[in-house]
Design a binder for this molecule. Structure first.
Ligand SMILES: [Zn+2]
Length: 139
């Protein structure tokens, strides 16, 4: 490894997207920035994929729901915040196309709450769900 190679970022945190070189990542078991203990991604695995937004929405919603169930079932037995990881991934995807509809139910409900609050026609409408609760993210 040359001195230049030591500074090349090779891995990225799945949760916060912080990037680290091999030298920076050596021996660590959690992201130094956010503390996430889940497996990081190899930056060399970045790809461009043609996908329909609806397909991506379906994948994100199913991943979101499964992650929510796993977090609820495991409660405090796992240091990994699965739903938060899925939401962070979906958020990075969403930022690539901010004009498109939300990719997760969490984000759809948040958008709906905002739309209702800003609409005179929907005054009195109450949205009853905890799908978009920050508590579910383990924050
Ligand atoms: Zn991180």
């Amino acid at each position: 490894m040359t001195e230049e190679d030591k500074d090349v970022k090779t891995i990225r945190c799945t949760q916060c997207a912080a990037e680290f070189s091999d030298a920076e990542a050596e021996g660590i078991t959690r992201c130094p920035k956010c503390g996430d203990p889940s497996v990081p991604m190899l930056i060399s695995d970045d790809v461009t994929v043609k996908v329909n937004w609806h397909e991506l929405h379906v994948l994100c919603v199913f991943a979101e729901n499964w992650a929510r169930k796993v977090d609820e079932d495991m409660k405090d037995d796992s240091p990994i915040k699965h739903l938060l990881n899925i939401m962070c991934i979906a958020e990075r995807l969403q930022r690539q196309h901010p004009d498109k509809a939300p990719l997760t139910l969490f984000s759809e409900i948040r958008q709906l709450r905002k739309d209702v609050a800003e609409s005179d026609d929907m005054s009195g409408v109450k949205i009853v769900t905890d799908i978009d609760s920050d508590d579910k993210l383990g924050l």
